[in-house]
Design a protein around this ligand. Structure first.
Ligand SMILES: [Zn+2]
Length: 83
């Protein structure tokens, strides 16, 4: 069960402190509870946690960012490219 983080600047995947002032934020929406926001340092950490999420409504994935702060578009594309 994924729970809301106590520290906003801690990555939900690896547990490290996120240096980027705008982390990758994923939001879990369940039908009868308030949304849960989770912050990540990288897309790799997002992909590690997605399978552990239980949800009966939907998950809002992080914005695809075009900077190099540790969670940019290349980080995302490398994870979804076929070998
Ligand atoms: Zn991380």
């Amino acid at each position: 069960m994924i729970e809301e983080q106590e520290e906003d600047n801690q990555c939900q995947g690896c547990g490290n402190i996120i240096c980027n002032p705008e982390p990758l934020t994923l939001t879990i929406f369940n039908s009868n509870t308030k949304p849960i926001e989770l912050n990540f340092c990288s897309w790799g950490c997002v992909f590690e946690v997605i399978p552990e999420i239980s949800c009966d409504f939907f998950v809002d994935l992080p914005y695809l960012k075009y900077d190099d702060g540790g969670g940019d578009v290349n980080d995302f594309l490398n994870l979804i490219k076929k070998p």
